[in-house]
Every structure is written in C-alpha cells, then in structure tokens.
Design a protein around this ligand. Structure first.
Ligand code: ADP
Ligand code: MG
Length: 353
C-alpha cells in the first residue's frame, strides 16, 4: 500500500487551468518510440508503423465506481490506469499510451489532484505507458476520471472474444474473488468507523484482499508469457465483472457452450477464510465478485503442454458445442446453468439474506 501524505490545501483556482495541467503533468516523460508528440499541442501524434492499434476507454464516477472514504486518491489514479491496461492486455496487445481526463469540484485542493497524478505516474512508469493527453474541467459535485488506453500488436497476435472452439480448454490467470472480499472488509471497517471514529482497523489478516481491491495489477506479464510460450489463445477477455459474466461473453461471442468445474476455480486461502468469516459462499464470490483484472482465455487442446507446468495458469474447464449450454459442474457433480450476475446482483443477494 502507499503511504498517505500530510494534507495541506491549495485552491485549484490559484493555478488556473493551464497552470494546473502543467503542474500535474510535469513529472511525466515519454518512453515509447511510437509517441512522436505527447502533451502540449492540440492533439498527440503517434506512429505505430505496420502494427495494429487497440483502443479502450473507461469512465469512473465518485460514489458509483469508487468511495474516497477508503480509497486513497493515489490508489484511485493507479487503479484507473490498471482498469484500462487490463483491457489492452486482454487483446494480447502491448499498452503504449494513455490519456487521462478529469472533472473535479472545488471541494478538491491541488494536493488531492497531486496524489491522484502520483498514482497515475506510478502506473505509467511501472507499465511503461506514456501519458499523451487528456482534458481538465470542473464538476458541480464529486470527481470523475476517464482514462483511455492505446496499445499495439501485430494483427495475427490480437485475440478477440469470438475465436473459442468446442473442446478448447478454458484457462484463468491468478486467483479470483479476492478484490470483492477486500471491498467487503473495507466497507465493514467504514461502518465500524462511523460508529466509533477512534477505532483503529486491524487489516493485517486481510492485506492480500485489501491490496487486490485498492491496488490491482493488470496482467502485462501474462501477455509476455504467452508470447514466450508461443501460445496463441483462441479467445480472451479480462475479468472485470466476475468469472461467470466473462465466460458468458466468450461463449456468446464464440457461439460455443462450456463446462466450468467448481473444484478447479483458483482461490487464495485468505479469500476462503474471509468468506467463512462473512458467511458467504466462496464459489459465488469467485463467479460474481468482479474487479479481479485477471485474464480468462481459451486454448486448443494441443497447446495444453505449453502451459500445464506454469503456476500462473489454471485450467478451469472446457468449451462445448453451443447447444449443450453453459454449466458449472459443482463439487457434488451437479450441473448448474451459468447465469450473468456481476457484482450488483451479488449485493442484491446479500440484501435478501
Ligand atoms: P484543448 O483546449 O485543445 O482541449 P487543453 O488546454 O485542454 O487543450 O490541453 C492542453 C494539453 O494538455 C493537451 O495536450 C491535452 O491533451 C493536455 N491535457 C489536458 N488536461 C490533461 C490532463 N488532465 N492530464 C493530462 N493531459 C492533459
Ligand atoms: Mg481540453
């Protein structure tokens, strides 16, 4: 986790718009060969030679996508970049540039935006992407942040959602559900704090979960690994909404069905413990939790040898003919249809209990 700084408050109106942009972007430098011109003109100039370009954008709204009462701004900046890079990596492309647009109310001092940009800078450096532009405007209430990410790849390397074939293996990276349980822990601490503002939360048993929620990492390493292994997935997607809805996207786009095996879904021991503590089913969380930013992909069976020994990958099922439908095979060997729920539905479930 990042350390918080002592707050001081400089009003944004002291700088003016251009002074603010200059101030926030002063520490960013250009590292990508494809960036001919970054910040400072009417538009950035990029040159991708004979590579294809992938482009993706996300908008994050205070109170909807993040809660600043437990999300430090530095983490928010970092995460806003990760969310987008994850989409670029899900195309099996290399991320190269980002733009960042913000709308801020006058409730935020300059120091808050410095924190936000410190997180963006950290992400840009760690993932080797150039900040090449953005927009800055005011909002009547709250903070909005929109990041656009560009990436590049040879056309034959790009992986879409529509290439899975029956009998292809379904593979996931990392482990699932931890980010959602991290959010549950943070929400619980927030409620405790409301009742007793002097309480000191002990997050020690939950460090992995909280880190997965507040400082997710996009799987740039997996794109490299796939390349090193000469493994070309037949379809791929990143897990932002939860395993079940991402599986449905792959199945629908590829016109196949699937069998997903409950006992194969990779879970972290800390996540399992906290599910017990919260009396919530760990498979349900893994299926519907979201915000894991892992990669989910399919490979043809003959490529199994290439990844079977690698701890980054878990085979969790296989694709089937479309008419067979999409099913979870439980530990008790029951077949349950997979339905799209996402994490909003999960919240509704809890409300019913
Ligand atoms: P314009 O009036 O043409 O929209 P701006 O004054 O908004 O230009 O922006 C000037 C330069 O600063 C542009 O290169 C723009 O992309 C960049 N920029 C503006 N806001 C941001 C921001 N929040 N983060 C990074 N770059 C920004
Ligand atoms: Mg502008």
């Amino acid at each position: 986790m990042f350390q918080d700084k002592e707050p001081s408050r400089t009003s944004l109106s002291d700088l003016g718009e251009f002074g603010l942009i200059d101030h926030l972007t002063q520490h960013f430098s250009i590292a990508q060969e494809s960036t001919l011109k970054g910040i400072g003109d009417d538009a950035a100039i990029l040159d991708f030679k004979d590579n294809k370009v992938v482009l993706t954008t996300d908008l994050l709204v205070e109170g909807v996508h993040f809660d600043l009462s437990f999300m430090p701004l530095k983490h928010l900046g970092y995460k806003a970049v990760m969310v987008n890079l994850s989409d670029v990596y899900a195309m099996n492309a290399e991320a190269t540039q980002i733009t960042v647009s913000i709308a801020v109310s006058n409730r935020f001092p300059l120091e808050a935006l410095e924190e936000l940009y410190a997180g963006i800078l950290l992400a840009a450096k760690a993932y080797n992407v150039d900040l090449v532009g953005g927009d800055t405007t005011s909002s009547s209430k709250g903070l909005l942040i929109s990041v656009t990410a560009l990436g590049t790849a040879k056309e034959e390397k790009i992986v879409k959602r529509d290439g899975a074939k029956p009998m292809d293996l379904l593979v996931v990276t990392g482990d699932l559900g931890a980010a959602y349980m991290g959010l549950q822990v943070l929400n619980r601490e927030k409620e405790v704090f409301k009742v007793n503002p002097n309480s000191q939360p002990d997050l020690e048993p939950y460090t992995y979960l909280v880190e997965r929620q507040l400082k997710p990492e996009a799987r740039k390493d997996v794109v490299k690994l796939l390349n090193d292994l000469e493994l070309q997935p037949t379809s791929m997607i990143d897990i932002s909404d939860g395993l079940s809805s991402e599986i449905l996207h792959l199945c629908k786009n590829s016109k196949v069905g699937c069998k997903l095996y409950e006992d194969k879904i990779p879970l972290d021991p800390q996540m399992i413990n906290v599910c017990e503590e919260f009396k919530i089913d760990s498979t349900t969380v893994a299926l519907n939790g979201g915000e894991d930013y892992e990669l989910l992909f399919t490979i043809s069976q003959q490529d199994y040898e290439k990844l079977k020994a690698n701890p980054n990958f878990t085979v969790i099922g296989h694709m089937t003919e479309e008419h067979e439908g999409m099913h979870l095979i439980t530990r008790g060997n029951a077949q349950i249809p997979i339905i799209a729920r996402g994490w909003n539905a999960l919240n509704e479930d809890e409300a019913e209990d």
